[in-house]
Design a protein around this ligand. Structure first.
Ligand code: ARG
Length: 215
């Protein structure tokens, strides 16, 4: 008992600091991932074959390779290019690149889930393609897109743990630091797991509340 109190007094700050960085990574990832994903989805839905092809290759390649490998590639690849990015920046870039591919499919799926009849009805009422998309399709698509983006946020909280391999400060990384400093291999991981769970559980509850408000 006494020993465990000492553990928390000594290392509690590491976990809290790590959790804060994890949330920062997740927030940055949803933000930039949504921007990249929206662009990719528009490219994929466009009639320009080149834009389509680029988006397809991006999405397939990113989803077909592990985030672990992508994080290393961004971190060391930018070093080879002469850029001296911190692990934080490299990690944030890798996460945004990765998440963008998944968000693209979320958005494309959301748009495609709206029946064609909706477009036809809007067009027959005299709306242009663009107006139909903006005022008829997108508002309906958002119903499917919002919850999926929320899930992506939760996923990003967990996936950012991968960034510990490039030495980016976040919860998992801080856990390994505490393992080394305390000579305890197990306890820090339990604390890390509990912290992840608190964050994902709280966030998904919050998102469900917001969702209910929407409906
Ligand atoms: N675990 C997957 C990988 O190693 C990453 C999944 C990321 N998923 C996401 N929705 N952002 O590639």
């Amino acid at each position: 008992q006494d020993q465990n109190q000492g553990f928390w007094a000594k290392y509690g700050n590491y976990f809290i600091r790590g959790a804060i960085y994890t949330l920062i990574f997740a927030a940055l990832t949803v933000f930039f991932g949504t921007i990249i994903g929206t662009l990719l989805a528009l490219m994929k839905l466009s009639r320009n074959w080149l834009a389509k092809a680029i988006a397809n290759v991006y999405i397939e390649f990113i989803r077909g390779t592990p985030l672990l490998v992508q994080a290393f590639i961004v971190f060391f690849g930018t070093q080879i290019l002469g850029l001296d990015l911190s692990a934080f920046i490299a990690g944030a870039i890798a996460m945004a690149i990765n998440s963008g591919a998944y968000v693209a499919e979320i958005i494309r799926g959301g748009i495609n889930s709206v029946p064609v009849g909706q477009t036809e009805a809007a067009r027959s009422l005299g709306l242009h393609q663009r107006q139909a998309m903006r005022y008829v399709i997108l508002p309906q698509a958002m119903k499917n897109i919002w919850p999926a983006l929320g899930n992506e946020f939760v996923t990003d909280i967990k996936e950012s743990s991968v960034l510990s391999v490039i030495g980016a400060t976040e919860l998992m990384f801080e856990g390994t630091v505490v393992q080394g400093a305390s000579f305890k291999p197990f306890l820090p991981l339990v604390v890390v797991a509990i912290f992840y769970f608190i964050m994902t559980f709280t966030l998904s509850r919050l998102l469900r509340l917001i969702e209910k408000r929407f409906n």
